[in-house]
Structure formats: structure tokens, C-alpha cells
Design a protein around this ligand. Structure first.
Ligand code: ADP
Ligand code: MG
Length: 143
């Protein structure tokens, strides 16, 4: 399934605003299949590991803090061209710069609390999906 999966997280503020249902509905309406999903709260070590690539960036500490501030919904999604199509659906990192109709534009609050995560490459999608979901918890789109 390489090339057809991506990992998303509905971030704590969007979860707290009770937007999870509306966001998941945008996702499935756009043709994505939910392979796996769960609600959980990231521990600080988990968030540090997940965002390790950003560990030298000035926003790393705040990012880890905000991502661990409350529950998230994490989901593995399946669709042809998943990485690119999902990045298009969510819009740019900064909700203020994201195109109209995108998830980040409509549900994001600021560049940090930008509603959702989306994987940036096939390689990272695989790493990120493995981080959250064992194969036994994945249910791919039927035939
Ligand atoms: P994306 O989520 O679009 O792939 P990045 O991988 O660059 O963006 O950053 C990861 C996350 O870190 C972003 O989703 C956002 O929550 C946060 N972030 C990125 N840039 C900034 C910034 N300049 N200030 C605060 N938070 C940021
Ligand atoms: Mg990224």
C-alpha cells in the first residue's frame, strides 16, 4: 500500500472545540478511507519522538506542550496519492495562509494550533503509522 497512506492527527484544540466529527467528515467526503483511528493523549516523550525532526526549531518546545495538552484523534488514511491529496485538503501550515475551504483554514486557530497533522512523505507516513497502529489494528478499504 506504499504511496496510498497518510497519518493525520486532530490536534488538541480542534478536539476540544468538538470539531473531530466535522473534520473526519471532510476527510471521508474527500475520498479517504479510515484504515485505523483512535482517541488518545500523547505523553511528552511520545510527542518529543513524533516531532523529533523539529527538535532544533524554536517552536519545538511549545509544539510538544500544545500537542500533549489534551486528547487528540489519530487516524491512518488510505487513498490514491494520499500524501499530496491530504496536504491539499488541509492547506498550508499557517491557517491564515491556507486556501479557502481547507481544513486548516476552517478549523485552525493559529500556526501552532492548526487543527490537523498530515504526513509529508511516503517514508514518514509509514514511520508515523507504525508509531500508532500495529498491523492488527488496520482495516484497509474493502476490495
Ligand atoms: P506541517 O504540519 O504543515 O507539516 P511542519 O512539519 O513544518 O508543518 O511543522 C509541524 C508543526 O509544528 C505544524 O503543524 C505546527 O503545529 C507547528 N509549527 C510549524 N511552524 C511553526 C511556527 N513557525 N510557530 C509555531 N508552530 C509551528
Ligand atoms: Mg510536517
Amino acid at each position: 500500500m506504499t504511496g496510498n497512506i497518510t497519518l493525520t492527527m486532530i490536534k488538541p484544540l480542534a478536539f476540544r472545540n468538538n470539531s473531530s466529527g466535522n473534520i473526519l467528515s471532510r476527510i471521508t467526503n474527500a475520498g479517504f478511507w479510515i484504515v485505523a483511528a483512535k482517541t488518545m493523549q500523547l505523553s511528552i516523550p511520545q510527542a518529543q519522538k513524533f516531532y523529533e525532526v523539529h527538535k532544533d526549531r524554536p517552536f519545538y518546545k511549545n509544539l510538544v506542550e500544545s500537542m500533549t495538552s489534551g486528547p487528540i484523534v489519530v487516524a491512518m488514511l488510505e487513498k490514491e496519492n494520499a500524501i499530496e491529496d491530504y496536504r491539499t485538503l488541509i492547506g498550508k501550515t499557517n491557517p491564515a495562509e491556507a486556501a479557502e475551504g481547507t481544513i486548516r483554514r476552517d478549523f485552525g486557530t493559529d500556526i501552532e494550533a492548526n487543527a490537523v497533522h498530515g504526513s509529508d512523505s511516503d517514508e514518514n507516513a509509514n514511520i508515523e503509522c507504525d508509531f500508532f497502529f500495529p498491523k492488527s489494528e488496520r482495516f484497509h478499504r474493502p476490495g
